[in-house]
Design a protein around this ligand. Structure first.
Ligand code: ADP
Ligand code: MG
Length: 342
């Protein structure tokens, strides 16, 4: 075969392979867009575990009519314009790929109205060349993205969808983690027409604790130590349940965030485990919800397409800071105390 430029649909479907693994990954990309748009209320509605329908509505800034087509194009983003922007990125998105990717493997409709526009418009991607049609619609200020029949045109992917229950469990878990990333935003999750979860916006510490209780269970919040420490531009805060001396596990719950972004970060996990060993002499992982905040220029988030890894410029400094703060927090509870607290 001679060298050819991939047709747009195929190029987008290949890109979709990197970020759209299952319905929950669609929900993640779409909800992150709502957060980037400044929404303080996000409604997530799914049917059949997301395989049939994912509909996400926000009350954010909206998209002007003349940018709807761009929003669905690959490499089109309002979030970065220069390398300097990318190096200090504060938004969750920056790749400009999610909407193009998702629309190449589903039937996607984007409806939006910015506050400056008296009416809403709706865009729909269709066909092999990803042409987009735009028509008037009814919608309050904000945006709704509707994703129907995920993977309908990529049967190999569709085959990998698990049961409705499993796919929904992934979405539920994802919304829990996202809800823990932004206490100032209300998240409502519905499945097959029924409300399943509601995380109400919380502003004071008591309301935040209640929300952690809703997300992580009452047992977690009742046993949790509160952590908060700042040093040389690094801030760590959150909740931590030490492992028990009798070897019984803490609740199976390990959530970490870097600058508000959910992470599965090896460095953070390592520091936490080592803190347990040094403070309590046990090799068990604690349960935690921890937030690390630092200058965005000190972190590279452009490491993985799904963005759940980061690279710290000063990895050792970050690791030692986490280790020291957590070791001290854990030393305040001797293993015996942790045991009797349960
Ligand atoms: P990225 O988030 O990386 O910029 P996306 O493909 O997810 O790329 O979105 C493309 C663009 O569409 C965004 O940069 C943003 O301008 C716009 N957009 C997407 N979703 C929303 C939303 N819910 N509210 C407002 N604007 C949105
Ligand atoms: Mg995005």
């Amino acid at each position: 075969m001679s060298i050819q430029i991939l047709p747009p649909l195929l190029a987008n479907q290949i890109a979709a392979g990197e970020v759209v693994e299952r319905p929950a990954s669609v929900v993640k990309e779409l909800v992150e867009n709502c957060l980037d748009a400044g929404a303080d209320r996000i409604d997530i509605e799914v049917e059949k575990g997301g395989a049939k329908l994912i509909r996400i509505r926000d009350n954010g800034v909206g998209i002007p009519k003349d940018e709807l087509i761009l929003a669905l194009s690959r490499h089109a983003t309002s979030k970065v314009a220069t390398l300097a922007d990318l190096e200090g990125i504060a938004s969750l998105g920056f790749r400009g790929e999610a909407l193009a990717s998702i629309s190449s493997v589903s039937r996607l409709t984007l409806t939006s109205r910015p506050a400056t526009q008296p009416e809403a418009w709706q865009a729909q991607a269709e066909g092999r060349d990803m042409a987009v049609t735009v028509r008037p619609a009814a919608h309050p200020v904000g945006t709704t993205v509707e994703v129907l029949d995920l993977f309908f045109n990529t049967p190999a992917r569709r085959k990998f969808l698990r049961s409705e229950k499993t796919e929904f469990a992934h979405i539920d878990e994802l919304i829990r983690r996202l809800a823990l990333s932004r206490f100032d935003v209300t998240f409502v999750l519905r499945h097959n027409g029924k409300p399943v979860r509601q995380y109400r916006a919380a502003s004071d510490p008591a309301a935040c604790n209640r929300r952690v209780g809703v997300a992580c269970g009452e047992r977690f919040i009742q046993q949790a130590l509160t952590v908060r420490s700042e040093h040389q531009g690094l801030l760590l805060h959150g909740w931590l349940v030490p492992p028990k001396a009798d070897g019984s596990p803490a609740p199976e719950l390990q959530y970490s965030y870097v600058n508000g972004r959910m992470m599965r970060d090896k460095l953070i996990n390592h520091a936490i485990r080592q803190a347990c060993v040094e403070a309590l002499g046990v090799e068990l992982a604690p349960a935690y919800v921890l937030y690390l905040e630092l200058d965005p220029r000190q972190v590279d988030v452009n490491v993985h397409p799904a963005k759940h890894e980061v690279r710290f410029h000063e990895a050792r400094l970050v690791h030692d800071f986490l280790l020291q703060v957590l070791r001290e927090a854990l030393r305040s509870v001797r293993p015996g105390v942790a045991e009797s607290a349960s």
